[in-house]
Ligand binder design. Structure first.
Ligand SMILES: C[S@@+](CC[C@H](N)C(=O)[O-])C[C@H]1O[C@@H](n2cnc3c(N)ncnc32)[C@H](O)[C@@H]1O
Length: 263
């Protein structure tokens, strides 16, 4: 076990020296006094960020699947997205960035489990390779997924999305395509219009602002990132706000990326 701080070290020693009562009392006191019981001086927020950076650098977010489809999401984010689907019961989830279909199938499965009658996913990508298109179509949940191929910020792509959404008011938006500042800022400008009051606009990979100095990061991410796009979008659109509760698990690829429409 890694070395922790003096309190937990002492609690372990007492426990092993047949004084479990003292050990428990010490930990109870630490709980009441809210003393840190992780490595001295570290806060949960700092640990969570360090773990997020470590898992990202170790590429633990690659190689995972949802119902047989490769997915590039971290489990805590999927838990929160599941909550949103259950709470919102959106009739349409509009996503940018299909990749290999994992997030589209994830959303389709949540709609199915939430019992959203006729609930569907519209998934946009610059390119849908034939194999991906086929796997999605042949998936058990494929009938809930509609694909649009094109640049997510091109007017013709947005027009197709608008036509497919129709006059459906219950739309949730999930942005996960090109993560450059300019692209995300443009996506937010286009797709926020689909979100009803009380609905959610999720901008992913805002975590890039904290990853630029890692070996797999890039220095330009200090400013060229989705988080800055979100900040600038919010400054221009006070009808949206960050829903900080959605980041309560700390480990997330979308810090301040869950935006709720309030007016
Ligand atoms: C991070 S991956 C999406 C991951 C997927 N949402 C998942 O959870 O598995 C980003 C995707 O965005 C697509 N993409 C990149 N630039 C784009 C653009 N301008 N318009 C639409 N899609 C784009 C890429 O082709 C890629 O498949």
């Amino acid at each position: 076990m890694p070395d922790t701080n003096p309190i937990t070290r002492l609690a372990r020693t007492l426990h092993h020296r047949a004084a479990p009562g003292f050990s428990r009392a010490l930990l109870a006191a630490a709980r009441v006094l809210r003393l840190p019981v992780v490595a001295a001086g570290t806060r949960v927020d700092d640990l969570a960020l360090e773990w997020t950076r470590a898992l990202w650098q170790a590429e633990l977010w690659r190689g995972n699947h949802w119902l047989g489809m490769p997915i590039l999401q971290w489990p805590t984010d999927l838990l929160v997205l599941q909550e949103l689907v259950m709470e919102q019961a959106p009739r349409v989830i509009l996503e940018t960035g299909t990749y290999r279909g994992g997030s589209a199938v994830f959303f389709a499965s949540m709609l199915e489990l939430a019992g959203v009658d006729g609930g569907r996913v519209i998934s946009i990508d610059a390119r849908h390779p034939a194999s991906v298109r086929r796997e999605i179509q042949e998936h058990r949940l494929g009938s809930r997924i509609q694909l649009i191929e094109g640049d997510a910020v091109a007017p013709e792509t947005a027009a197709v999305a608008r036509a497919l959404v129709g006059d459906e008011p219950g739309v949730m938006v999930f942005l996960d395509s090109d993560h450059s500042y300019g692209h995300v800022r443009a996506e937010l400008e286009i797709y926020h219009r689909f979100v009803p009051v009380g609905g959610y606009l999720c901008a992913f990979d805002t975590i890039m602002k904290d990853l630029w100095d890692l070996p797999l990061g890039e220095p330009r991410w200090q400013t060229d990132n989705p988080h800055r796009a979100v900040r600038d979008f919010l400054a221009a659109h006070p009808t949206f706000e960050v829903d900080a509760r959605r980041n309560r698990l700390r480990v997330s690829f979308a810090p301040e990326g869950f935006l709720r429409r309030i007016a």
